[in-house]
Design a protein. Structure first.
Length: 464
């Protein structure tokens, strides 16, 4: 209980310093044990200079909770929590996350609460103390200074049993600090990715989980050019349980195109533990088709295969197929099939096109944001297989020949290089092919024409 001190000029004013601090750095059990240790050891706090008053102990308690130093106000030169007149503690403001809970007929303080008594006819100054175990609806157990002694010089910290009304003052309620739960596990961020792109920007999405709950998810975004001159922090939006999203507008980043956008995501739980994930959005990289080839031929058609990669994932790979006769009157667009990681295939049916004519197969890949790859062309030279049992085509600048007959065949493979209409180089190889056998020749398909001579069906060229 705080008594009036004759030498005081006015009342003792109190200051609460840095309210930017929102949480305790210690647990409730640690705080209660600290208070009991002060009583067990008879420690007196008198930083106000007025003896061991109740307000000295409670302000020391608050400084210990937030700053880890009971004498922080004195040691920091006036920062932190100083003292109020005891009856005014309950009316003051406290850091974010701290609660003021008013007394009710069935209210029972919890250990660690700051007990606040207002003035009454028996005590014009009120009283403050720290609650410990043993509080009921009839009495309160706590640790405080200058309680029962009720003297000008105060007392050291001591255990106190207090009534809700009477000589201690009228009980107003408690100040309950925001405790450190002891949780040191940060939130988990998974599946951070770009989920949509349009002409104006892109949408980020991530999944965040934490056992204590998520307080906020923030994202710092900037482009890779010019340092961080366009750095912007945004709060992500919780759109459904565990899912957080944020739309990044290109106009907020100087409308930069053909650059990499860097997105650093930070998730915070209710105990201020933090985790991190990053998502780069490559604003210009399209998919890459690294090869395309004919991997199989039979009497009904042929198989086209290609390998495709992309930073953000593929949505589809399409092939435009037509023959050289009559323009593109037989043009057919078909979605290729993803048969294994990175590998896409498509079977082309001769019945959808013509015979005795070269085929064009132009492949295009699209990522999840519909960016289109460069065209990759895979030519195929087709002749009536009943009359001429060989297929001739190019792959990786090599000339390939396949025997499509049901039996072994012998043929001459002839190579001819022209400079305009002038023949400048030629050679031939007599080859034996088993049924279905394919042979590849290192003669450049971009420099040489290739011919197959299978008497009596005659010589047929590779289309260039």
């Amino acid at each position: 209980m705080k008594r009036k001190i004759l030498c005081m000029i006015g009342m003792i004013f109190a200051v609460v310093a840095l309210y930017t601090v929102s949480a305790s750095a210690i647990t409730r059990d640690q705080a209660v044990n600290w208070a009991k240790t002060q009583a067990d050891n008879g420690v007196m706090y008198k930083d106000s200079g007025n003896g061991g008053q109740c307000t000295d102990f409670v302000s020391a308690y608050m400084n210990y909770i937030v700053y880890g130093d009971a004498h922080y106000w004195k040691n920091s030169g006036g920062k932190g929590f100083r003292t109020y007149d005891a009856k005014d503690y309950f009316s003051k403001s406290y850091p974010s996350g701290w609660q003021k809970i008013s007394n009710t007929s069935d209210f029972v303080p919890q250990p660690g609460d700051i007990l606040c008594f207002g003035a009454n006819s028996s005590n014009s100054f009120g009283h403050v103390a720290v609650a410990i175990e043993g509080c009921t609806v009839s009495i309160m157990k706590g640790v405080g200074q200058n309680g029962a002694a009720n003297n000008y010089n105060g007392t050291a910290a001591q255990y106190q049993t207090m009534q809700y009304f009477g000589g201690w003052g009228n009980f107003q309620g408690v100040i309950r600090p925001k405790w450190d739960s002891g949780d040191t596990t940060p939130p988990t961020i998974t599946d951070a990715k770009v989920v949509g792109v349009d002409a104006n920007g892109y949408m980020l999405q991530c999944s965040v989980s934490d056992s204590s709950g998520i307080s906020s998810v923030k994202c710092a975004t900037w482009t890779q050019t010019n340092g961080q001159d366009d750095l912007i922090w945004n709060d992500m939006v919780n759109t459904s349980p565990g899912i957080w999203k944020l739309y990044i507008n290109f106009s907020k980043h100087n409308s930069e195109k053909n650059v990499v956008y860097l997105n650093h995501i930070y998730a915070y739980d209710t105990n201020n533990n933090q985790s991190f994930a990053s998502v780069d959005y490559n604003e210009w990289n399209p998919p890459v088709i690294s090869y395309g080839e004919i991997v199989g031929v039979d009497s009904n058609g042929y198989m086209v295969e290609c390998k495709v990669s992309d930073d953000t994932g593929l949505s589809k790979v399409r092939c435009a197929t037509w023959t050289n006769e009559n323009g593109q009157d037989d043009l057919v667009w078909t979605d290729m099939v993803n048969t294994s990681p990175g590998i896409w295939k498509l079977y082309i049916h001769f019945s959808e096109h013509g015979k005795n004519t070269p085929y064009a197969n132009d492949i295009y890949a699209y990522d999840t944001f519909q960016k289109e790859s460069k065209c990759y062309s895979v030519p195929f030279d087709y002749w009536d297989l009943n009359a001429f049992p060989f297929a001739v085509y190019k792959y990786n600048d090599h000339i390939n020949v396949i025997n499509l007959a049901p039996s072994s065949k012998t043929a001459a493979v002839i190579f001819a290089k022209y400079d305009g209409s002038k023949l400048v180089d030629s050679s031939f190889i007599n080859e034996s092919f088993t049924s279905g056998e394919r042979k590849s020749y290192s003669k450049s398909g971009n420099e040489y024409n290739a011919f197959i001579w299978d008497s009596p069906t005659g010589m047929k060229p590779l289309a260039q």
